[in-house]
Design a protein around this ligand. Structure first.
Ligand code: ADP
Ligand code: MG
Length: 726
């Protein structure tokens, strides 16, 4: 064994990540119970936590300016000492804190903060602070409003690290800096810090070694050295995630026996020839990619990313038919009943007239048998369908979660498609995959209409192969998006709805989002419905759809809307996914500032599905005084600017950060402290490549025990197990 943790106690082997994780911070000088408690509040309990508590930013004191040299309007970093702090209330009742400061040359500067009374405690007289902001002149005096401010204590280095700290924890950035320094000094004086990346790889990738990187990220000699250190540590983070994902991918591929489907055949040919439209280039390419997977004896695990309206359904059906034509069964699972039913109807329509060979039939063949299974399926039908699934008589099953209940068994399940995969967990995917009879693992295609940037996909879905439908079918009329910012704009939106209805078109009104309460949301939807019916949209035929509408009524409303008997569908986000009514050309989204970009994009995708030009109104009154309104404004502006889901996904990543994209799927895998999927795009791809090479070199990562151990330590033993078990 060569791993550090297995080395006997007192060994002089360099400290691995695991060894550092086993040292409590209390081994450091000066860390008693009180300080340990403060560190604990920052999530730091071990020396490893401390060393990976990276500076939030750096103050380059070689570039600090003197106030006297700055022009009004200029943005700059200045180092000043606090002289006096006062807080008073403004007329609107907000706390206004004013700080008088003076720089090294004796020039004075006033700082003003609104609604941050805690500044009075933070910026006590005598404190040395770094201030970054825009210089203004106010009645002849220099000042900055809401600048970035950091206390730096008496640090004298040229480049001063500023650590994320917490008021509550009672630890200053320089105390943290001192502790880091001590930890590094002691580690180096004894065993040193291990570098699990072999030197030849470091050379090939042009990265510095880990001890240097750790030392430098905390106490850089220059910003250039800091960037080199950062690159190495970012690569380490990304590499660990990729190693876990690539291992899982390889394991999935090799552990199971799949079905080697016959890709070309009469059924699929007739299906494709019978389509009322030619496939887009992207659809053709993706069907080929899937076909190649299906032909292989290894089970497919592929993600299909395609924007709303890109035509994923045809790809899904083609996938399933390839299984069906070889005598296997296919299953299509959707996250909601509305969607499952729509898919059921859509699939039947697409398959109309198609047959499969049947030796027991007089004609030698029979129609493809499609069944819909949801929680609404009646008991008798359910019994019949379950029997058909078990015997293999049902060719294609479309349904909701009902498809993965225990009672459901498939006789010869060969391919599975899961729509809107972000709504399903890994477990549910696995559950459907395991329904197959005969011991062979079915091929799995998961589809999502939530575009995420490529590098994020590589990280979030790194255990899947990814196909992208990046081309919309032709003939779509673009959607105009208008942000209605005040009552006048809003009135225009309602006028547009009435005008479109007068032309025979239909509309959606999306009612305000109420997080975490379906009941409140329903109440709000009902209120909006009632108001619109009496006021803005009086005289039009309105329908109401929300999570609490009984199933039968939901169906009835949807059906009437589809048939054009309802002009305006007033609905909550239940219409978010998949609903397809090409005659609907206007959408009004109320309180649009409450929705995220992905959700707005999904919603908007309900219009613009037919030949008529469509418009989407985002109603969100704008209050420039409100700070949260600023971020919402950026989302809405992006929505107005583009309908490209991938571009919007980039904006979303920019605005929300990676944490949210990683979301559920990445729970526990929050090792990305420095790495940014946005800023470090190239390194994501590099890490992916390195991980593939390392894992494939020996077929498993165990050939690199230090890396293997590190992945398990950093990503959490249980999490890695979960990842690797699938
Ligand atoms: P999504 O990717 O959002 O699931 P759908 O599969 O529902 O998209 O397709 C959206 C609409 O586009 C459907 O009405 C479908 O019939 C139509 N469509 C799909 N592919 C094409 C194509 N190649 N040419 C024209 N229309 C297409
Ligand atoms: Mg769809």
């Amino acid at each position: 064994m060569t791993s550090a943790a297995d080395a006997p106690a007192g060994s002089d082997r360099p400290l691995s990540v695991r060894a550092l994780a086993e040292l409590p911070v209390t081994v450091l000088r000066g860390v008693g119970p009180k300080k340990a408690d403060g560190l604990g509040q920052l999530g730091i309990t071990t020396v490893l936590d401390l060393l990976t508590h990276y500076p939030r930013r750096y103050v380059d004191r070689t570039r600090e300016a003197l106030l006297g040299e700055l022009q009004p309007g200029e943005e700059a970093t200045v180092v000043v000492r606090v002289e006096q702090v006062t807080t008073r209330r403004t007329k609107r009742g907000q706390a206004m804190t004013t700080v008088r400061c003076v720089d090294g040359a004796g020039s004075t500067l006033g700082l003003t903060f609104f609604g941050q009374p805690w500044r009075e405690r933070q910026l006590h007289p005598g404190a040395l602070v770094v201030v970054y902001g825009k210089l203004e002149l106010f009645r002849g005096a220099r000042q900055m409003t809401s600048p970035l401010v950091d206390l730096i204590g008496d640090r004298t280095g040229r480049i001063v690290p500023i650590y994320p700290q917490s008021e509550k924890a009672g630890l200053s950035t320089w105390e943290i800096g001192d502790l880091v320094e001590e930890a590094l000094r002691r580690a180096e004086a004894r065993r040193g810090i291990a570098d699990p990346l072999p030197e030849r790889w470091r050379d090939a990738l042009d990265v510095v070694d880990r001890p240097f990187a750790l030392r430098t990220i905390h106490a850089p000699e220059s910003m250039k050295a800091m960037m080199a250190a950062r690159k190495r540590l970012v690569l380490d983070e990304l590499l660990r995630v990729q190693l876990a994902l690539v291992q899982r991918k390889r394991q999935l591929e090799h552990a199971a026996r799949g079905v080697s489907h016959q890709v070309s055949g009469p059924l699929i040919d007739r299906f494709l020839e019978g389509l009322p439209f030619p496939l887009t280039g992207a659809q053709r390419r993706v069907i080929d990619e899937i076909g190649a997977d299906l032909a292989r004896p290894l089970p497919m695990h592929r993600l299909l990313q395609g924007d709303v309206g890109a035509g994923k359904t045809v790809v899904a059906v083609a996938t399933l038919l390839i299984a069906v034509q070889g005598g296997y069964q296919g299953a299509l699972m959707a996250p909601t009943e509305v969607l499952a039913e729509q898919h059921g109807a859509g699939v039947r329509r697409l398959l109309d007239g198609l047959t499969v060979p049947d030796p027991t039939s007089l004609l030698g063949d029979r129609p493809v048998r499609v069944e819909l299974l949801t929680n609404r399926t009646g008991a008798a039908d359910r019994r019949r369908i379950l029997a058909g699934l078990a015997s293999g008589d049902v060719d294609l099953a479309v349904g909701t979660h009902a498809l993965i209940q225990d009672a459901v068994q498939f006789g010869r399940l060969g391919a599975v498609v899961i729509d809107e995969q972000h709504r399903f967990g890994v477990e549910q995917r696995a559950a459907l995959r395991d329904r197959g009879g005969e011991g062979a693992t079915p091929d799995v295609l998961v589809m999502t209409a939530t575009p995420i940037p490529r590098t994020a996909a590589m990280t979030v879905y790194g255990d899947l192969d990814v196909s992208v439908l990046d081309e919309l079918p032709p003939g779509r009329t673009p959607i105009d998006t208008i942000w209605a910012q005040d009552a006048v704009d809003e009135a225009e939106a309602w006028a547009a709805v009435r005008a479109q209805v007068a032309e025979g078109r239909q509309a959606y009104v999306v009612t305000p989002l109420v997080e975490d309460s379906e009941k409140l949301e329903a109440t709000s939807a009902e209120a909006t419905f009632a108001r619109l019916g009496e006021e803005e949209l009086a005289g039009l035929r309105l329908g109401l759809l929300h999570g609490r509408v009984p199933a039968a009524d939901k169906d009835a409303v949807m059906e009437r809307f589809r048939r054009g008997e309802v002009d305006v569908l007033v609905a909550t986000t239940v219409i978010e996914v998949g609903v397809d009514v090409p005659n609907a050309t206007v959408m009004v989204i109320l309180d649009a500032d409450r929705f995220g970009i992905a959700q707005l994009h999904q919603l908007r995708g309900r219009v613009g599905r037919g030949a008529h030009r469509s418009t989407c109104y985002l109603v969100a009154y704008f209050d420039p005084e409100d700070a949260t309104a600023q971020v919402a404004a950026e989302r809405l502006t992006a929505m107005v600017r583009t309908t490209d889901g991938f571009e919007l996904a980039e904006v979303d990543l920019e605005l929300r950060g990676e944490g949210t994209i990683m979301g559920e799927r990445q729970k526990g895998r929050n090792d990305l402290k420095l790495a940014s999927l946005r800023r470090d795009k190239e390194l994501v791809a590099v890490a992916r490549e390195v991980a593939l090479q390392l894992v494939d070199e020996r077929g498993t990562l165990t050939a690199f025990p230090e890396l293997d151990e590190e992945v398990r330590t950093m990503l959490g033993e249980s999490d890695t197990d979960f990842l690797l078990k699938g």
